[in-house]
Design a protein around this ligand. Structure first.
Ligand code: FES
Ligand SMILES: [Fe+2]
Length: 455
């Protein structure tokens, strides 16, 4: 059982620039100082420099299909309402009342024309405009300026493949530029049928005593852990072939800190492994007309299987057991590593299915997803326990005094030659086999670049 010290150590704001220099020096040698995983100063800077600037995933359009639909989400530590207003436009609004800051909307999801604050009753339209207040005549001599007293709105909102992203910064690259090659990968993931995908059920959320970056770096390219940490699942006869994982996992490293693993299921399993090992009756319903030639070949032979879109949107599509004695089903989950406090995150997990499938047809994939990656998922439980180590090291006096740094040296030092696949025609750089930790290094390189730009 892990313990957390009641005394919290922090380097303070003055120590932060020194740490970022150490990170820069460290990354050049494949090293990372442990303080990045649990420190107040680092966490605050992440909120200001990354989470208040980057394009943050907040919801999928299928979660709010109708006018008036809304869901409650977060951007960094800020609670937001994601709504489809009466004109059909998607809005991302602060869930803090402009009057005295009470949380305006309290229910996780629903449909409404107005949000009414529980404290004094100020009321806002579903586009965020101020709409009225109790006793407005006596209290304010009439109406307040609806625009001036509306809910704060995220200055930029955009979508890609139905994924809604918001940026709290008015400046910076647009969504397509920010996603870069990850937009192309997302197109391939969701474009195996022109009808696209939808969310099934509501996202599950669990608090984990781990830093959000541990989830991000793991999904950005850590195939190395699979046949060790998860091997108990093979010993329990739940899965097969984990030992071959490193040979069949390719690392796709993209600019902007995004990274994916693409498993060569066809090399592993032959034609049966085509298209992420979807069963034949689903394979024949796919329609790849919206994909380019490279995407088509990729989804057929070595589809994206795991990934992280910077900073904190994870993805996994894998075959897994749906029910004892039944054939495996393929699940697709997007997940988010939501920071809560230094060394603590909330893990959000959305399950997706194809729009061409009914809810009944989606059930095996959903069940397989929950068995594998949910708070009770057999793989997720392995991962989250392992990730609890880093924040504990970061709070250890002994480790801090020793200048402890973690090892990311698979791709450095020239001890083993790592050549990119010269035949790859998609975006980014593809490595056959996933050794090298290039995805993780790409993630921390982007993290450092954003952390160095003061607000
Ligand atoms: S805090 Fe919302 S109406 Fe007063
Ligand atoms: Fe894992």
């Amino acid at each position: 059982m892990s313990t957390t010290s009641p005394i919290r150590m922090t380097m303070g704001p003055a120590g932060l620039s020194n740490l970022l220099e150490r990170v820069d020096d460290g990354l050049a040698q494949g090293l990372l100082p442990v303080e990045v995983f649990n420190d107040e100063a680092v966490f605050q800077a992440e909120m200001e420099r990354i989470f208040a600037r980057a394009w943050m995933f907040v919801a999928h359009e299928s979660e709010i299909p109708n006018k008036g639909d809304y869901v409650l989400r977060r951007i960094g530590l800020d609670p937001v309402i994601v709504s489809r207003d009466d004109s059909g436009q998607i809005r991302v609004m602060s869930n803090f009342c402009r009057h005295r800051g009470a949380q305006v909307c309290q229910s996780d999801h629903g449909n409404t024309s107005h949000f009414r604050c529980p404290y004094h009753g100020w009321t806002f339209k579903n586009n965020g405009d101020w709409a009225g207040a109790p006793h407005a005549q006596e209290a304010y001599g009439g109406r307040l300026d609806a625009r001036e007293w509306g809910l704060l709105r995220a200055p930029r909102v955009d979508t890609h493949q139905g994924f809604i992203f918001a940026s709290l910064s008015e400046e910076g690259p647009g969504l397509k530029e920010f996603l870069g090659g990850a937009a192309w990968v997302l197109d391939a993931i969701c474009g195996m049928h022109p009808g696209g995908m939808r969310v099934v059920g509501v996202p599950e959320r669990t608090q984990v005593r781990a830093d959000w970056k541990s989830g991000a770096e793991n999904f950005a390219g850590d195939a190395y852990h699979i046949d060790t940490l998860h091997f108990g699942n093979e010993q329990a006869d739940y899965v097969e072939g984990l030992r071959q994982n490193n040979d069949f996992a390719n690392a796709l490293v993209l600019d902007g800190g995004h990274g994916f693993l693409c498993h060569s299921f066809v090399e592993m399993l032959g034609p049966f492994g085509e298209y992420s090992v979807y069963p034949a009756e689903i394979k024949e319903r796919f329609d790849f007309s919206g994909l380019d030639e490279v995407q088509r070949q990729m989804v057929k032979e070595r589809p994206p299987s795991v990934g992280n879109i910077f900073p904190n949107l994870g993805f996994i599509r894998f075959p897994g057991t749906a029910e004892a004695g039944k054939p495996p089903a393929v699940y697709t989950s997007f997940r988010q590593w939501q920071p809560v406090a230094p060394g603590v995150m909330e893990l959000w997990s959305w399950q997706f299915t194809w729009n061409f499938m009914s809810d009944e047809e989606a059930r095996p994939g959903y069940t397989a997803g929950q068995y594998n990656f949910s708070s009770a998922g057999i793989f997720e439980q392995d991962d989250t326990v392992a990730w609890e180590g880093a924040p504990r090291v970061a709070q250890s006096v002994w480790n801090r005094k020793s200048g402890m740094q973690f090892n990311y040296q698979q791709g450095t030092g020239g001890r083993v030659k790592r050549e990119p696949d010269s035949t790859w025609r998609g975006p980014g750089v593809l490595y056959r086999k996933a050794y090298g930790e290039f995805g993780q290094m790409g993630f921390y390189g982007q993290w450092l670049e954003m952390m160095r730009k003061k607000a």
